[in-house]
Design a protein around this ligand. Structure first.
Ligand code: TYM
Length: 332
């Protein structure tokens, strides 16, 4: 059976981008067809300036929202990264496999470190090594597929390179995984600035739809989305990024192709209205279920406990095998 691994980092409230680019696929497809593991990757949230209480709160909120979105603990394994030591155990071995140059080439590192430096902050070393920890997340579980949005594709490529290199040097140890991107909405853009990604860790622009936004707030953000000059509704990322983003969101919500959907519209206003309603319809059950689950924190804890136990059992043999392969003496 195909093994799937994916994760979400609790650096901010989950967005429509996370939902359409990743979570929906996990809920609708992945947990039904494969042995799927989903992880709240809290260690990754420590790579940038962070407030400890907020990370703890957002980790719980992310896990609760993933269940609210439809992850079913009877069908998949949901857990928190820091509850399973194998991730950091393996990460060091992969640091000894990766090169400094390939880490510095990572686009997210370049962007985020530039942002940190521009605001006078210092760049944590873990921001540079973060993709190695991500590779460890994936390789520890011998995952075949990694369902992610477009922005994580480069990190999965690096994971493949590290797996191949490790296997060549030390003997076959890791499954070489591949990224699986959704056919639409693989990169949902900020509604206020459709040339940049809708990101949960970004400063609030008014163009980021959070899964827990009130319905009126969602409607307002979409109705105020920046559109392009001209008035024709056409799908073209280069010349019409705003309209194209709305068409992608609409297509992801109601199905169909964004190019074909465009033909049914003669004004931006109608497209925005329909997109807002489609998003509200998609998010309504998630919000309702989230409220129910918040009233039952014991349930969420139990799911995460069981998830971590299973995850540990799966990861341990692979990480032990990597320790042996790389030349470390086993304990007596
Ligand atoms: P993160 O937490 O930034 O995002 C979680 C998932 O949501 C996708 N995503 C988007 N998709 C479409 N449009 C957007 N605007 C958008 N924003 C985010 C991301 O591509 C991702 O699939 N490094 C990862 C977390 C991670 C991970 C892993 C993922 C750590 N270890 C192992 C997979 C496997 C991250 O920061 O995702």
């Amino acid at each position: 059976m195909t093994r799937i691994f994916s994760g979400i980092k609790p650096t901010g409230h989950l967005t429509l981008g996370n939902h359409l680019g990743a979570v929906r696929q996990w809920v609708d497809v992945d947990q039904h067809k494969s042995d799927a593991l989903f992880c709240v990757v809290d260690l990754h949230a420590l790579t940038v300036d962070h407030d400890p209480a907020r990370v703890r709160r957002l980790s719980r909120q992310a896990a609760t929202l993933l269940l609210a979105a439809g992850l079913d603990p009877a069908r998949c394994t949901l857990f928190v990264q820091s509850h399973v030591d194998e991730h950091t155990r393996l990460s060091y071995l992969l640091e000894c496999t990766a090169s400094d140059g390939e880490m510095r080439r990572m686009i997210q590192y370049k962007e985020k470190s530039a942002r940190e430096r521009a605001t006078g902050g210092s760049v944590r070393l873990s921001l540079l090594t973060y993709p190695v920890l991500m590779a460890a997340d994936i390789l520890a579980y011998s995952a075949d597929e990694v369902p992610v949005g477009d922005d994580q594709a480069q990190h999965v490529e690096l994971t493949r390179d590290l797996a191949v290199r490790f296997n060549q040097r030390y003997g076959h140890t890791f499954t070489v995984p591949k990224a699986v991107l959704p056919s639409v909405a693989a990169r949902v853009m900020d509604l206020a600035d459709p040339t940049s990604k809708m990101g949960k860790s970004h400063a609030e622009t008014g163009g980021i739809v959070y899964l827990l936004d009130e319905p009126e707030v969602v409607r307002r953000k979409i109705m105020r989305a920046v559109t392009d000059s001209g008035s024709e509704v056409v799908y073209d990322r280069e010349t019409r990024p705003g309209v194209t983003n709305l068409l992608e969101i609409l297509a992801a919500c109601i199905g169909g192709s964004p190019v074909e959907l465009a033909e049914g519209y003669s004004s931006y206003g109608a497209l925005k209205r329909d997109t807002a309603e489609a998003v509200l319809e998609l998010l309504r059950p998630v919000r309702e279920r989230h409220a129910e689950l918040c009233a039952d924190p014991g349930y969420v804890d139990a799911v995460l406990r069981t998830g971590a136990e299973r995850a540990r059992t799966l990861a341990r043999p692979t990480v032990d095998a990597a320790y042996a392969a790389i030349g470390l003496m086993p304990p007596a």
